[in-house]
Design a protein around this ligand. Structure first.
Ligand code: 5GP
Length: 202
């Protein structure tokens, strides 16, 4: 059975990665990896849906046991992708989407070069500020920190295969879905098998 594809989605905080990924799940037959984090849950967040919320002690133990595909410290909290869950799904032919920061994406690129890397951009800094402010969960200080980080993050865009500007959500979701479909249309080993079968059928 062909392995699933690994899609890595990154971009500045507030660019809309989370919304795009959730919408993709409704639209396509793919799985989203649920990360572990030491950050405290935001009011609407659900354990096991948005993240697995764990203590720093538990996180460090998982690092020690090599249980993360990648992990990083982002804005003072740890975030990591559980290794076992993702590799099993890929082996079983499922596509998996990781919504992770750039440090994590670079780790994945080193260990899993076949991954497909997608960068989500906001249409403007003003819009980005509006979106982060609208979430109501960050202090003014946090917001400024995240906006400052954005400029550093976009400097890594050349490490990615695709970029999608999220001005209008339906359009952005359609574009990411189109990337997934296109990646499944690449000339690959499976196609050679099909062509071999044609020969038998003549
Ligand atoms: P937030 O706290 O806003 O949910 O996420 C902060 C940042 O951490 C976002 O850029 C998000 O993509 C990133 N992030 C979430 N999960 C992971 C993960 O498992 N690994 C890494 N490296 N970054 C993550």
């Amino acid at each position: 059975m062909p392995k699933g594809l690994l899609f890595v989605v990154s971009g500045p905080s507030g660019a809309g990665k989370g919304t795009i990924c959730r919408r993709l799940l409704q639209k396509m037959d793919i799985d989203l990896s649920i990360s572990m984090t030491t950050r405290k849950p935001r009011p609407q967040e659900v354990e096991g849906e948005n993240y697995y919320f764990i203590s720093e002690e538990e996180f460090l133990e998982i690092i020690k046991n090599d249980g993360f595909l990648e992990y990083a410290k982002v804005y003072g909290n740890y975030y990591g992708t559980p290794k076992e869950m993702v590799t099993q799904k890929l082996e079983n032919g499922r596509d998996v989407v990781l919504e992770i920061d750039i440090q994590g994406a670079l780790q994945i690129k080193a260990s899993y070069p076949d991954g497909i890397f997608i960068f989500i951009l906001p249409p403007s800094m003003a819009e980005l500020r509006k979106r982060i402010t609208g979430r109501g969960s960050e202090t003014e200080n946090d917001i400024n920190l995240r906006l400052g980080e954005t400029l550093k993050e976009v400097a890594y865009i050349d490490k990615y295969d695709y970029c999608v500007v999220n001005g209008e959500i339906d359009e952005a979701v359609n574009r990411v879905a189109a990337i997934i479909i296109a990646e499944h249309s690449r000339v690959s080993e499976d196609i050679y098998e099909l062509i071999e079968k044609y020969k038998e059928e003549i």
